[in-house]
Design a protein around this ligand. Structure first.
Ligand code: Z57
Length: 833
C-alpha cells in the first residue's frame, strides 16, 4: 500500500559544509577578546551569561562576513527575491543553530572546554526568540533556514515584538501567564538599521481631487505617523555561504503629530502619544487560530506590511528608478496566512495614488506579486475586520478594497450571470449587521497562487473553503506540503542519533534528507537496532533529568515515553489523550494485574489566555497527573507529566526522547501539523488520525510503522450530517461514562467536587464538537496495539528506525523547492566564500 512520493527526491542545491573558517585557537582568542572588549569583563569574573554573549559575538563576526558577501552578490546579480511576510517567526535559540550551520559546533565545544566552560551550559543561557505562537510561526523559521541553505535570495519581514509569546507557569495545576522578555539583557544577533527607518500613516481622511489631466485623484491625509525601525537578524544557511536576513520592524513615535500639543505646553500629552506609537510592536497576540478582532492587531499588521513594502520599493527603485515594468520580475511576496493581507490594498494605494499608474496596470502588478498560504479551515481563525474599523484606521484602504470588490463582482457576474448567492459568498464584503471585510477572499482575489499546507488540507481548501474560486481560476489553488529543517530538528537537537546516522550513511543527509532511506536496510539489523535504541534510551534518561528539574517527578525511563506537544486546542484533542489515561488508571485500579507496559504520558502545551476550556484541560491534566503520580497502586506503570512553558528549546529536549508521538486531531481539522514530522524524524512512532500531514507520513513509513485510528474526513462529515450525539456514547459505553463521571467527583481535586466538571460537560449534550467520544474506542484499541508492539523489542526498534528512515519528504528544503518551482520562480544565487 505504501506509495512513494516523487517529492521525496528533492535535492538541495547547497554543497556540503566546508572546513570551519576558524580553528580552535582562533575561536578561543575571539571569545576572550569579546569577553574583554565587548563585555568589559574577564575570564575569572565572567558568568555563563557573559560567556554566552562573548561566544555569540565571536560567531557573529563570521555571520556578518557571510552577510556582506551575500548582499554584495545579490546586489550585483540584481536577483529576484522572495519576501516572506509573516506576523510570526518562532526562531527559538540561534547560537547552536548558527554554529552548526557554520560547521563550528565541535570547534566551539573544544574551545570552550579548554577555557574551562561547558558549551551545553552556555547554550542554555540564550532566551528563546519566541516571536510566534506555534506551527505557523515555526514554519516561517524553518522556511528561512531552508531558503538560506538553498542559496535563494530571500528576506523575512515581520514585527520586532518587545514581548514574544508569554512564559507559562503552572501554579496549583493552572496556567499563569508571565511576560516574555527575550531582549532584557540585550540580543547579540540583531542589528539596528536606523538608515532604513520607514514612516507609516494611520487614521485621518481621504481627499478627492481633480488632477491636471482631469483624472480623479485621491489623497490620504493621515491623522498620525509612526516610525518603523528595522532590526536585522542574520539567517545563516547550512554550509554558511548564504546569509539572508530576517527584518523585524519596531514601532517608534515620529513626533510629527505631537508638535502642536507640545508647543501648547502639552509635554506630558506628547509623551502619551509616544507611548501609543510604541505600543504597536509591544506584544505578540497569544491567540493561535482565533481572531480577537482587536484594533491594535490590525494596526500591527498594517504597520509591518507598510514598512516592508516601502523597504522593498526603495530597494527596487535604487536599481530600476521609476520604471515599474520590471517590478514583478524582481519581487514576489508570500503572505503567511491572511495576517499580512492588508499589503494587497497598500501596494494598490502606492501604485495608483502615489505612482499614478492606471488601476488595471496596478492590479496586474499586484496580482503578479502576491501569493497566499492558507493554514486553516477553522471558521474562527478566518480573519474578518469590521469595515468601520478599517475606515477609521485606513480610510483609503477601505475605498480601495471596495473598488477591488466592485471590479471582482463584475467578473463573477460574467461567470455566473444573475447568481446573487455566489456573489454574496465570494464578495470581499460580508453584508452582515456589521459590515465585515473578509481577508481570506481578499487574499485569494489579490494573489496569483494560493496554497494549502498538506495534500488533504489543500483538497479541502479547493472543495469546501474556496470551491467557486477554484472554478473561476483553476490554476490558482495548489498544495505545498509543509516541512521542517533537519538541521535544527535532527542534527542539532539529537547529536547522538546524528552521529550514528553519519557513521552509517555519511554526513550529507542534512542537505538531502531522502538519503535517510539508506538506513532502511539496517532496520532488521540487530546491531543497528541496539545502537539506535541505545541512543533513544540515553535521550530518555536526559529528558527524565529535565522532568526532574522542572517538576520534581522521577519518571521510569524503561517506560514508553508517550508525547503530545502542541498548542492546546479542542480540535487537537489533548482531552482525548486524557480520557484514555483515565481509562488506563481505572483498568489498573479494577485489575491490578492489568497487563500493560509502563508508560509515561508527557504533555507540553500553552493555552491562549482567554480560552477558558483550553485552560481547564491543562488544569485537568495536572490534577489527574498529581493523583496518578502519587498513587502507589499504579505509579509503577502509569505516570503523567505536564512540562511547563513548552517552547522551541524545550521541544528540542523532548522530541529526541519520544517513543510515541500523539497526533490525534479530528480528521479534517489539523491543516498539516509539523510536530508530527519532527517526532517521526527522531524515531517516534505516531498514533494518529488520517488528518493533515499524518496521511503523507503514513504513506511514507507504510502501514506497519504507524498506528492510525479514528474517523476519516468523510466519516466525520457523515456523522455530523446524521446528527452527532455524544450522549449516545456516554450512555452506551460504560467505560466512557465512568471516566466522565469520575471527573465530576472530588477524586482528583479533594474537597472540591466539580472542579474538573467543565471538561466533562464540554463533551456531552450538544457538546463534543471534535468527536472525542466517537473516536474513543478506536483510539483505545490503537493504544493497545502500541503497547503490544513496544513489548516486542525487535519489532519496535524496526518501526522506530523506519520512521527516521522514511522522513526525507518532510525536509523544509523540499517544501521550499516546491514553492520555488511552482510559486516563486526563483533561482539560487551562489555566494562565493
Ligand atoms: C497556526 O499555527 C496554524 C494555522 C493557523 O491558521 C494559525 Br492562525 C496558526 C498551523 C496549523 O494549525 C498547522 O496544522 C500547520 O501545520 C501550521 O499552521 C503550519 O502550516
Amino acid at each position: 500500500k505504501t506509495k512513494k512520493s516523487k517529492a521525496s527526491q528533492a535535492a538541495s542545491t547547497a554543497a556540503a559544509p566546508e572546513t570551519p573558517k576558524l580553528d580552535k585557537g582562533e575561536l578561543k582568542a575571539a571569545i576572550v577578546r569579546h569577553l574583554h572588549c565587548t563585555l568589559g569583563t574577564d575570564e575569572n569574573k565572567a558568568n555563563n551569561h557573559a560567556w554566552w554573549k562573548a561566544t555569540c559575538a565571536a560567531i557573529q563576526e563570521l555571520v556578518l562576513e557571510g552577510l556582506r558577501k551575500t548582499q554584495k552578490s545579490h546586489y550585483f546579480n540584481d536577483t529576484r527575491a522572495v519576501h516572506y511576510f509573516s506576523a510570526e517567526f518562532l526562531m527559538g535559540r540561534l547560537l547552536s543553530n548558527n554554529m552548526h550551520n557554520l560547521n563550528l559546533f565541535e570547534t566551539a565545544n573544544d574551545a570552550l572546554t579548554e577555557l574551562g566552560i561547558s558549551l551545553t551550559d552556555v547554550l542554555e543561557e540564550e532566551p528563546d526568540m519566541a516571536l510566534g505562537n506555534g506551527g505557523l510561526g515555526r514554519l516561517a523559521a524553518c522556511f528561512i533556514d531552508s531558503l538560506a541553505t538553498m542559496e535563494m535570495p530571500a528576506i523575512g519581514y515581520g514585527i520586532h515584538y518587545e514581548h514574544g509569546l508569554f512564559r507559562q507557569e503552572i501554579k496549583n495545576g493552572a496556567q499563569i501567564e508571565r511576560p516574555d522578555s527575550w531582549r532584557d539583557y540585550g540580543n547579540p544577533w540583531e542589528i539596528c538599521r536606523p538608515e532604513s527607518i520607514q514612516e507609516v500613516s494611520l487614521y485621518g481622511y481621504v481627499e478627492t481631487k481633480y488632477g491636471d489631466n482631469g483624472r480623479i485623484q485621491k489623497e490620504w491625509h493621515p491623522g498620525s505617523i509612526v516610525k518603523g525601525v528595522p532590526w536585522d537578524i542574520p539567517v545563516v544557511g547550512y554550509g554558511g555561504k548564504t546569509v539572508n536576513v530576517l527584518r523585524l520592524w519596531q514601532s517608534q513615535s515620529s513626533g510629527y503629530f505631537n508638535w502642536d500639543v507640545f508647543n501648547a505646553g502639552g509635554y506630558v500629552d506628547a509623551q502619551v502619544e509616544n507611548v501609543q506609537a510604541e505600543t504597536i510592536s509591544k506584544v505578540l497576540y497569544p491567540n493561535d487560530e482565533t481572531e480577537a478582532g482587536k484594533e491594535l492587531r490590525l494596526i500591527q499588521q498594517y504597520f509591518f506590511c507598510a514598512c516592508s513594502l516601502k523597504d522593498i520599493i526603495r530597494r527596487y527603485k535604487r536599481a530600476h528608478g521609476d520604471d515599474w515594468s520590471r517590478f514583478t520580475d524582481q519581487v514576489v511576496i508570500q503572505l503567511n496566512d491572511t495576517h499580512p493581507a492588508i499589503a494587497i490594498p497598500e501596494l494598490m494605494r502606492i501604485l495608483v495614488d502615489r505612482a499614478e499608474l492606471d488601476w488595471d496596470k496596478a492590479w496586474q502588478i499586484c496580482t503578479k506579486t502576491f501569493a497566499y498560504t492558507n493554514h486553516t479551515l477553522l471558521p474562527e481563525a478566518l480573519e474578518k475586520w469590521p469595515a468601520r474599523m478599517l475606515e477609521k484606521i485606513l480610510p483609503r484602504h477601505l475605498e480601495i478594497i471596495y473598488e477591488i470588490n466592485h471590479r471582482f463582482m463584475a467578473e463573477v457576474e460574467k461567470k455566473w450571470p444573475g447568481d446573487n448567492a455566489i456573489k454574496s459568498k465570494l464578495s470581499i464584503i460580508e453584508e452582515s449587521s456589521e459590515k465585515m471585510v473578509r481577508m481570506g477572499n481578499l487574499s485569494v482575489i489579490g494573489s496569483f497562487r494560493v496554497n494549502g499546507v498538506a495534500e488533504i488540507h489543500s483538497m479541502l481548501v479547493k472543495k469546501n473553503l474556496f470551491p467557486e474560486f477554484d472554478q473561476l481560476w483553476p490554476e490558482k489553488l495548489t498544495n505545498v506540503t509543509n516541512g521542517i529543517t533537519p538541521r535544527r530538528w535532527l542534527k542539532a537537537c539529537n547529536p547522538a542519533l546524528s552521529a550514528l546516522i553519519d557513521k552509517k550513511i555519511g554526513d550529507q543527509w542534512p542537505l538531502n534528507l531522502s538519503q535517510l532511506t539508506e538506513l532502511a536496510v539496517y532496520a532488521d539489523n540487530k546491531t543497528f537496532q541496539k545502537q539506535f535504541m541505545k541512543v533513544k534510551q540515553d535521550n530518555k534518561v536526559a529528558l527524565a533529568q529535565t522532568i526532574k528539574e522542572l517538576t520534581g517527578l522521577t519518571v521510569n525511563t524503561d517506560a514508553i515515553f508517550d508525547i503530545q506537544i502542541k498548542r492546546l486546542h479542542e480540535y487537537k484533542r489533548q482531552h482525548l489523550n486524557l480520557l484514555h489515561i483515565l481509562a488506563l488508571y481505572r483498568r489498573l485500579l479494577e485489575n491490578p494485574s492489568y497487563d500493560m507496559h509502563p508508560r509515561v504520558f508527557i504533555f507540553g502545551a500553552k493555552a491562549a489566555p482567554g480560552y477558558t476550556l483550553a485552560k481547564d484541560i491543562i488544569f485537568a491534566i495536572n490534577k489527574v497527573a498529581e493523583k496518578i503520580n502519587n498513587d502507589p497502586r499504579v505509579n509503577t506503570k502509569l505516570q503523567v507529566v505536564f512540562l511547563p512553558n513548552y517552547r522551541v528549546s524545550l521541544a528540542e529536549k523532548m522530541i529526541p526522547a519520544a517513543d510515541v508521538s500523539e497526533q490525534i486531531s479530528t480528521a479534517g481539522k489539523e491543516a498539516s501539523g509539523t510536530g508530527n514530522m519532527k517526532l517521526a524524524l527522531n524515531g517516534a512512532v505516531t498514533v494518529g488520525t488520517l488528518d493533515g500531514a499524518n496521511i503523507e507520513i503514513a504513506e511514507e513509513v507504510g502501514d506497519d510503522n504507524i498506528f492510525i485510528f479514528g474517523l476519516t474526513v468523510d466519516e466525520v462529515a457523515e456523522l455530523k450530517r446524521k446528527g452527532y450525539s455524544p450522549d449516545d456514547y456516554y450512555y452506551k459505553n460504560a467505560e466512557i461514562k465512568a471516566i466522565l463521571d469520575w471527573l465530576e467527583t472530588d477524586y482528583f481535586t479533594p474537597g472540591k467536587p466539580g472542579a474538573l466538571a467543565s471538561v466533562k460537560h464540554s463533551l456531552l449534550s450538544g457538546g463534543d464538537p471534535y468527536l472525542c467520544l466517537a473516536d474513543f474506542d478506536s483510539y483505545s484499541a490503537a493504544q493497545e496495539q502500541v503497547d503490544a508492539a513496544y513489548r516486542d523489542k525487535t519489532r519496535w526498534a524496526k518501526m522506530a528506525i523506519m520512521n527516521t528512515a522514511m522522513m526525507g519528504k518532510f525536509t523544509s528544503d523540499r517544501s521550499i523547492k516546491d514553492y520555488v518551482d511552482r510559486v516563486w520562480n526563483l533561482t539560487a544565487c551562489i555566494v562565493e566564500n
